[in-house]
Design a protein around this ligand. Structure first.
Ligand code: GRF
Length: 203
């Protein structure tokens, strides 16, 4: 299977995927890493792993539709079976999301449906939650609202700051994302009628 990964930043989730691919544990090949930011450190991680990279900045595009049309053309040039969002910090147009329906995954740092959107760790701490985590889900037109495939839970301890919680959650992100990508690549995971289906069973 051919995998394209989209990033905007550090790319620690990308690193987890690259490492599993290198160990032949991902079930597919990462054929390209695309960033909307030229300075994203994840691009360096891709280069070190020998994976082709591309940068598509939003500058020069009048609107979201124009940017997403260019992004779609760039992605499709790599003929991916799966598109993996790994810290890609842009809202995607419905047209793009529809184009990759059932073959685009995202990871979100909360126990969805809790805390869609930004600043999830801060919001969980401020709410006094004792439990938090991350979710891998199929991407649909509803932001952070697509069907969840797998979640991991972590505790929030008294006195934790945002960085402590983020680090704890990231460890779990790096464990569950490669696993879900592998399920998809092995043909065990799909999205049908808006539901995630694993080994023929709705999740
Ligand atoms: C992760 O917390 C992910 O859940 C969120 O953005 C962050 C990306 O981190 N969508 P990294 O770039 O993979 O290190």
């Amino acid at each position: 299977k051919r995998i394209v990964v989209l990033i905007s930043g550090s790319g620690s989730n990308l690193q987890a995927l690259l490492s599993q691919a290198e160990a032949a544990q991902l079930g597919g090949d990462i054929v390209a890493v695309i960033s909307n930011k030229a300075e994203a450190y994840g691009l360096e991680r891709a280069r070190i792993a020998g994976v082709p990279t591309a940068v598509l900045s939003h500058q020069g595009y009048a609107d979201r539709e124009g940017y997403d049309a260019a992004l779609m053309a760039l992605i499709d040039g790599y003929r991916p079976d799966l598109v993996v969002l790994a810290g890609f910090m842009r809202i995607l147009t419905p047209g793009l999301v529809r184009h990759y329906q059932g073959r685009m995954l995202n990871i979100h740092p909360s126990l969805l449906p809790n805390y869609q959107g930004l600043h999830t760790h801060r919001r969980a701490i401020e709410a006094g939650d004792e439990e938090h985590g991350c979710s891998v889900h199929f991407v649909t037109e509803e932001l952070d609202g697509g069907p969840v495939v797998l979640q991991a839970r972590v505790p929030i301890f008294a006195g934790d700051d945002e960085a402590a919680v983020a680090a704890r959650v990231l460890v779990q992100e790096h464990a569950i994302y490669p696993l879900v990508v592998r399920w998809f690549c092995d043909g065990r995971l799909a999205m049908r009628d808006g539901q995630a289906v694993l080994d023929g069973k709705a999740l």
